[in-house]
Design a protein around this ligand. Sequence first.
Ligand SMILES: [Zn+2]
Ligand SMILES: [Zn+2]
Length: 334
Amino acid sequence: MDAFSELRRDIVSGEWVVVATGRAKRPDDFAKAKKQILKQPAEGCPFEILQPEPLVVYSKNSEGWWVQVVNNKYPAFSQSHSAKHACPKITKNGPYEWMEGVGYHEVVVSRDHERNIAKMSDEEVELIIRSFQDRFLAIKKDSCAQYVSVFQNHGLGAGASIAHPHLQIVAVPVIPPDVGQSLEGSKNYFHQNKECVHCVVIKYELHDKSRIVYENEHFLVVTPFASKSAFEIRIFPKKHSPHFEGISIEERFALANSLRTGLAKLHKGLKNPDYNFFLHTSPVNNDSENSHYHWHIEIIPKTAVWAGFEIGTGIEISTIAPEIAAEFLRKIKI
Ligand SMILES: [Zn+2]
Ligand SMILES: [Zn+2]
């Protein structure tokens, strides 16, 4: 008897997810979901102009600026005013521990109010990737920064509050829990199997082909075997590398092409879904311990909300098999 669903185990984290295989929705159903649209006019948009003191600016040939990185006006993490050049320390308060939120919180803004990554050219996306790389390299010089998180929230349902296309860079003085779990899973697999878990996954996915959405010379775009949500996408560099910020110019263009393609297929196939994407890479200030790690990008469309089962158990339910999602996305012409 075929069950309505499968429990699948994530090879890195060891976590179980539920993939609906029997009673699953059809790919088209995800495009029909009603959602609130974040609409703000270009007129009066604060991101339409080059800011007074951008951290970095990138221009297209003779067309003026395309990408600027600025400090977030309402930062979750910032440089400490009291203790300059001192890293935050854990302080005891009775049975509790706390530390100052010292770090960086920056916003990466592309110029066109209407065109997000899905609608850009590879050359335009490459400038965004270049801004990530340059800010990584700059922040890395601060030995207090432990982890640099790069992400995009697109749409109201994904937590965006500004319609103008933008991404964020947040550097924190600790290793975040999800990153720690990904690093730990990768390290454990390496110790047991003497191979990088992500390299094993890439090799298997290239052979199996059922979950491939797209590939180019340097990157593979797939729907993960243990997808946590419907239409989840991962982008892996084919070459083993623990650190995103080490990518070459050629790899930057190939990454821009694979990210743009993945997001453009989602945009067209699911009719502009809200999504979050983020980069998972090694911590910036402890190189030697993470040679087993393999950086990658995870794109999570907002196709479901966490309800009682997910919150109470940590098991997420994907309402479409990743193989069906990949086939659907593969066929979408962009
Ligand atoms: Zn704007
Ligand atoms: Zn690897």
